[in-house]
Design a protein around this ligand. Structure first.
Ligand code: SF4
Ligand code: SF4
Length: 281
């Protein structure tokens, strides 16, 4: 019993010494500024990340011009990050009139990127996640409740424009406008990539353009159909002309009508008829 206890103590001391030897070696390497430990450990943010792996999942961005509003990303997202709407433009193509990603919910799993059929969704290799960081215009702070608020095109443009400027550079009016859109309980990172909704005038314009194109297409199809029918009629062979009967000729007797089904056979005249019609062997 005592021997087992002594054995355990010796083993613990040996493990401790072994571990401390490894720690001491890396400590000396770090103090000298050399070795693998130094290259992997950085004092962020004083030492910003310089080497980021190829598969780093940084910011989630959407190239809204390529988005067809298919909702594939929305379907696979496990935490319901997406809010999107689409409208048809004058060419009858779907455009994302709103595409919000609630980055405060996002777990950066990347499933949406894999599901996107047009590659409009992607993840950058960015390491810095500060929305105020220079060049991060696609991130903005919004009230989480505003995810359900409809932003029209001018408002979206204003958000993008103001998000690109440092807060100190904004006018008092712009600052107040922004503050009204920030949650008192804390700011949320919301990606805003939407193109903005059509205004009623833009929508009417797009609808009219689409209708005009549809009518022009229908008219062209009808004209092409009529032209093809006329060409087919012109190419069809004409029926041969029937010769006129010679003067004085007796018109041929009309052919006997076919026998009605089930009617008795017509009476024959001649020897077979006289002999009772028995068949000749
Ligand atoms: S990366 Fe974010 S938005 Fe995309 S599916 Fe995952 S949780 Fe949803
Ligand atoms: S999967 Fe891609 S194309 Fe479809 S709605 Fe999402 S971002 Fe747009």
């Amino acid at each position: 019993m005592i021997l087992a206890w002594i054995h355990d103590v010796v083993e613990a001391v040996q493990s401790c010494v072994s571990g401390m030897r490894t720690t001491g070696r890396f400590l000396v390497e770090n103090l000298r500024g050399e070795g693998g430990a130094m290259s992997a450990t950085r004092e962020y943010p004083e030492q910003p990340a310089e080497v980021v792996g190829d598969r780093q999942r940084g910011h989630l961005v959407n190239d809204a011009d390529r988005c067809i509003v298919c909702h594939a990303c929305d379907t696979v997202c496990p935490v319901d990050c997406f809010k999107m709407d689409g409208e048809r433009d004058g060419d009858n193509k779907m455009r994302a009139s709103r595409f919000d990603i609630d980055l405060s919910k996002c777990i950066y799993c990347g499933l949406c990127v894999r599901a996107c059929p047009t590659d409009s969704l992607s993840m950058t290799r960015t390491f810095e996640m500060d929305p105020q960081h220079e060049g991060k215009r696609f991130l903005f702070r919004r009230n989480s409740k505003q995810v359900d608020v409809r932003f029209d095109a001018p408002e979206m443009e204003r958000l993008h424009a103001l998000a690109a400027q440092p807060r100190e550079a904004l006018s008092a009016e712009d600052r107040a406008w922004l503050d009204a859109r920030i949650d008192d309980r804390g700011q949320h990172l919301i990606g805003i990539y939407g193109l903005g909704f059509f205004t009623p005038e833009q929508k009417a314009e797009a609808d009219a353009a689409r209708e005009a194109k549809k009518k022009a297409k229908d008219a062209a199809a009808a004209a092409a159909k009529a032209k093809a029918a006329a060409a087919a009629a012109a190419a069809a062979p004409k029926p041969a002309s029937v010769p006129a009967p010679a003067a004085g000729a007796t018109p041929a007797a009309p052919a006997a009508p076919p026998a009605a089904p089930g009617a008795p056979p017509a009476t024959k005249s001649g020897p077979d008829a006289a002999s009772g019609g028995s068949p000749t062997p």
